[in-house]
Structure formats: C-alpha cells, structure tokens
Design a protein around this ligand. Sequence first.
Ligand SMILES: NC(=O)c1ccc[n+]([C@@H]2O[C@H](COP(=O)([O-])OP(=O)(O)OC[C@H]3O[C@@H](n4cnc5c(N)ncnc54)[C@H](OP(=O)(O)O)[C@@H]3O)[C@@H](O)[C@H]2O)c1
Length: 284
Amino acid sequence: MRNLKKTYDGWALVTGASSGIGKEMARELAAQKFDLILVARNQDALDQLSHELVLQHDIQTRVIALDLVQEGAAAALHAQVEDLDVGLLIASAGIDEMGPFLEKDYTDLRRMIRLNVDAPSELAHLFGTAMAAEQTPGRKRAGIILVSSLFAYQGTPNFAVYAATKAYVLTLGEALTVEMSKQGIDVLTLSPGLTATPFADGLKMNAALLPMVAQNPRRVARVGLRNLGRKMSVVSGMLNKAYAWENRLIPRSWPVYLFGFLIENAMRSYQKRIDKTPAKKASA
Ligand SMILES: NC(=O)c1ccc[n+]([C@@H]2O[C@H](COP(=O)([O-])OP(=O)(O)OC[C@H]3O[C@@H](n4cnc5c(N)ncnc54)[C@H](OP(=O)(O)O)[C@@H]3O)[C@@H](O)[C@H]2O)c1
C-alpha cells in the first residue's frame, strides 16, 4: 500500500466508519499511523473499532456518534473537532432507497438526499475551508475522498434518486479536484460497484443475477487511498471500470434500459424467493 504519510498528515476524519468501506478506510489509515476521528450513528460499533485500532496501531482516536441526516449535523461535527488539525476527510456514509420512485415515501428519499448529498457537500465545504487556511509553504497537502457509486455514471431505474445523489457527488468531486488543488487539497471521488458490505446485503434484489461481482470492501478502500492525489475520480474493479467507460461510447439511453431490465429481473427473483419462504410457525 502507498505510504500516505509522505503526502498528508494531521488527523483523518472518516464518516460511515462503523461499517463497510468507511470501516476499512479507517483500518488502512490506522495501519499508516493516522490519528482518527470515527463518525457514524452506532456508538458501540465505533467504540469497538476505536479499541481495536488503538490497541493494534497505538494511534489516537475520537469517536463521534452522530446522525448526519439531522439539520446542523455537519456544523456540529466540525465544531466537535475544531481543536484538531484534520488533514484527511473521507466521506463514506451513505444509504440507498431502492424501489419504484412513485412507491417510495418522499420522507425516506429526502433523508437519503440529506445524507448522500447535503452531508458530504457541507463537510467538504467546512473542512476544505479549514484545510485551505492551514496550508502554509512547506506544509504537506490535505485530502478529501468522496464516496460515490458506479450508478453515478447513468440513470438507474429503481435506484433513481440514489443514482442521482451519487451523480451529484461525482460531479461535485470532479470540480472540487480542480478548484481545491490550487489550495493544496487533493480531492478524489471513489465510485465502487457492488461491494460486500451490509449495504449490499440489504438490497431487496437477487444481486447474483446482475452481471457484477461483489468486491471486498478492503480492496475498494485501498483503491481510494491509493489514488488520492493521483486521479480526479476512480471506479473500483476492472468490470466496473468497463461499465463506466462503455457508457461514454454508446447512447446514454442504452445502459439505462439495460440496467432497468436487469434490476427489475433481480427484484422479481428476490420477491419470488420471499413469497416461497414459509412463514415461521408461531411456537406453541
Ligand atoms: N456496498 C455497495 O455495494 C456500494 C456500491 C456503491 C457505492 N457504495 C457507497 O459506499 C458508501 C459506503 O457504503 P458501504 O457499502 O460501506 O455501506 P455500509 O456498510 O452500510 O456503511 C454505511 C455507513 O454509513 C453510516 N450511516 C448510515 N446512515 C447514517 C447517518 N444517518 N448518519 C451517519 N452515518 C450514517 C453507517 O453507520 P451507522 O448505521 O452506524 O450510522 C455506516 O457506517 C456509501 O456512500 C454507498 O452509497 C456502496
């Protein structure tokens, strides 16, 4: 793994650190001796990870259990770490709301937009401002990784709003890479495909029917950390890269129809399996 300490220093703040890709990012950064601010809602999971990383790597941690959907959460988080020099921000916290758009409760979609769009934007703004102010001649660079998705590269039926939130993150991240570079801040947008985390386990579709291979979250985290400061955006995995590239060569509508068909098929298969599962008999 590339030695990030050569380029970056200070504390690393990871949102979504209680699970999946965020947790693996935290583990990789701890192994490189970054002190860590671990953020998510699940205090127990964060405490457990903090304990593991302090014991294994002799680093400092600060655990902040916080719901990033709540109004003012990003500012509250920033205020809680104002005494620390944050040199890396990893915005991995995210959720999906799958299913037909008109069947979704808009309150749930709004929560997702707040978490997937508002939170990373505001965190990049708050911490980017502080990072830019800290940049003095001879100082190491700062870095921001925004976690998007392969679905950012196309409209995705049954993930319509989710894919749109991730397209926002990708477009934001690309522009910030150029803007912030002059201020000593590297910005990378990481777009994973299907990744074996609780996020993927919770999808209400038979993902085995999709032409995708679930990646290991540690591998995805490493792809992100390896490419920070080297690329503007990265898609993890060869097959996923091929999908993202192919989308530039064919009419925009084709992959939308294709994935619309594939996802609907995978959802039908999942529903059939659920319908066939005998209801648990009430114990006598
Ligand atoms: N797994 C995939 O197939 C896949 C594919 C493409 C993109 N992604 C993206 O990768 C990122 C990480 O997902 P993952 O796969 O690692 O999923 P995960 O294992 O479910 O992790 C999601 C993280 O987000 C945190 N989170 C959820 N709601 C939150 C809230 N309201 N406030 C603060 N934190 C919250 C969760 O912690 P708490 O529950 O403790 O709050 C958890 O740490 C997401 O942005 C996702 O969109 C994932």
